[in-house]
Design a protein around this ligand. Structure first.
Ligand SMILES: [Zn+2]
Length: 383
């Protein structure tokens, strides 16, 4: 099954419902968000093939498939025909080899028009296409479409500029974003194919598109999926979550204020800063430097992330898929510590070590924290 990430873990939404002290409308909105996520997860299990077919479509290939040219080259009646087909084949090979290093930024932002249709979110209302103009305030007073469009480019540029990676799959995968999904939907999602953003209810959750690290977090789930899929349960799931935060926070440090990129000691290491609506007692959704301290609120409860392996939480699959958003605090802090030890900009120091570990092909689908840590140590010594 393709990974399916929601930026707001179910346990946060459930705590709001179970505490029952939030306004009834908010509780209802959390309820419908939980229900929808459950439905989507069930649908994902049935449609796990999506990633594979998306990957196949991205292979750089001309209109005449290579196998036809191979056949012509083998059985050509004339030397000239044979020569032409061989040359075409050579060109196709070069095209494929180059595909990873050419820029193929292609964004489309759709208005989901409050639809709950996850399987086929409506595509009839395109807000912005690649190269188009930003939408006016009248057209989208929330600014979500523009934020999504701009956030996609900053994230794409980050991966391209520092890691020579051409989009999510490394082959220029088209970026489709949906804004205004559902009604008061309190989440942002990478569903294995698209990036989907709800509006939030405005009482507990503000919107999600104005957080560059959230867009980059979801984008990175796609990168992990196409690079080194890590099962979205237990330790491998927490690693998957942590990698999404690690690259999410670096994009934020690099591009939130492009004129002033932040060094590791200037950064606040918060994920989802400003995700909470006014009045909620929280600095962010997660704190990579001090896991477990991001929020503590009567509606939402307390941030449950451990900061150290000694406090690793052994959880069943029914609790946050074995603690994927909980135990991720441990590798999150490990990255923050490593980045601070190396100093400078995270994407020049610790970032490449983590990226190399992710793309090494040496991680199993059920990789443990220790296996990942060992890889980073191995890479650091070569760095
Ligand atoms: Zn995630």
């Amino acid at each position: 099954m393709a990974p399916f990430c929601c930026i707001v873990p179910e346990y946060v939404l459930r705590a709001i419902v179970e505490r029952g002290v939030a306004p009834q409308n908010t509780i209802n909105a959390c309820h419908s968000t939980i229900e929808k996520i459950r439905q989507i997860q069930d649908a994902r299990i049935q449609h796990g093939q999506r990633t594979e077919s998306a990957q196949q479509q991205q292979v750089a290939e001309g209109i005449i498939p290579s196998f036809i040219h191979e056949t012509i080259a083998q059985y050509a009646a004339t030397a000239e025909q044979r020569e032409t087909s061989l040359r075409t084949l050579e060109y196709n090979t070069k095209l494929r080899a180059a595909a990873g290093t050419l820029r193929h930024l292609k964004r489309t932002v759709y208005d989901a028009q409050n639809s709950w249709d996850f399987e086929n979110p409506p595509k009839d209302k395109v807000m912005i296409e690649e190269g188009g103009v930003l939408v006016s305030e009248e057209e989208d007073p929330t600014g979500n479409a523009n934020e999504c469009y701009i956030g996609f480019k900053k994230t794409y540029d980050f991966y391209f500029d520092f890691f020579k990676r051409d989009s999510i799959d490394g082959r220029g995968l088209k970026l489709d974003g949906f804004v205004h999904f559902g009604k008061k939907f309190g989440n942002a999602i990478w569903d294995g194919r698209d990036l989907i953003f709800g509006d939030g209810d405005g009482i507990i959750f503000d919107g999600f598109t104005d957080e560059l690290d959230i867009i980059a977090h979801e984008f990175t789930h796609g990168v992990v999926q196409y690079t080194n899929p890590l099962n979205y349960t237990f330790q491998s799931g927490a690693l998957n979550e942590s990698l999404a935060d690690v690259f999410g926070v670096m994009v934020k440090q690099w591009a939130e204020k492009p004129e002033h990129p932040q060094t590791v000691d200037q950064a606040n290491w918060l994920i989802g800063e400003g995700i909470w609506a006014e009045g909620i007692n929280g600095r962010a959704l997660r704190d990579m430097k001090n896991p477990g301290t991001a929020y503590n609120d009567r509606f939402v409860g307390k941030d449950p992330q451990p900061a150290h392996w000694d406090h690793f939480q052994t959880l069943g699959l029914s609790v946050d898929r074995g603690g994927v958003h909980i135990n991720s605090g441990i590798p999150n802090r490990a990255f923050c510590l490593a980045a601070n030890m190396i100093g400078g900009y995270a994407w020049e120091g610790a970032g490449p070590i983590w990226y190399k570990a992710l793309t090494s092909g040496k991680l199993g689908e059920n990789a443990t924290f220790k296996e990942f840590a060992d890889l980073t140590i191995e890479n650091a010594s070569e760095h």
